[in-house]
Design a protein around this ligand. Structure first.
Ligand code: ZN
Length: 153
């Protein structure tokens, strides 16, 4: 299934654009943070890699994966949103996206900050698709957790 019926046209357009022209596609070699995720409900796969600069902010990010349009578009949008953020900020972002996808309404401030993520908010109406939308974000959480384990202060 390419796209759930009943999703807003504008949202569909944004999702399909990211699906067909993914941003930051391609994995980084020797990345500082990496993880991979799999969604058995849909067969979606995502691998994420990120490099930090000297001040600990994400300065390069790359992903690879396959699966439905929602999962791959979510990964593409994610790569745009994590750039320039510290590991703590990335963690906060994951928590925010989870709350939104699990039912919280986006505030105007979040809409400004998260931009195209609003397209994925429409997926909330389709519980099975929420797992697709969240896959890259749970993968991101895994990457952060793994990084923290190996870089404990
Ligand atoms: Zn999926």
């Amino acid at each position: 299934m390419l796209m759930p019926d009943g999703l807003d046209d504008l949202y569909q357009e944004i999702i399909l654009d990211h699906y067909r022209h993914p941003r930051n596609k391609g994995l980084l070699a020797d990345a500082d943070l990496q993880a991979e995720g799999y969604n058995p409900f849909c067969g979606d796969q995502v691998r994420l890699t990120m490099d930090l600069d000297e001040s600990g902010h994400v300065h390069k990010v790359g992903f690879d994966g396959q699966g439905c349009s929602i999962s791959q578009a979510s990964a593409s949008i994610l790569t745009k949103l994590v750039k320039g953020r510290s590991v703590d900020e990335v963690q906060g972002l994951v928590a925010t996206v989870r709350r939104i996808m699990q039912g919280a309404d986006m505030t105007d401030e979040q809409k400004d900050e998260l931009g195209e993520l609003e397209a994925l908010e429409g997926v909330k109406k389709f519980p099975i698709r929420v797992k697709c939308a969240l896959l890259p974000w749970t993968t991101l959480q895994d990457a952060v957790s793994e990084y923290r384990k190996t870089h404990a202060q």
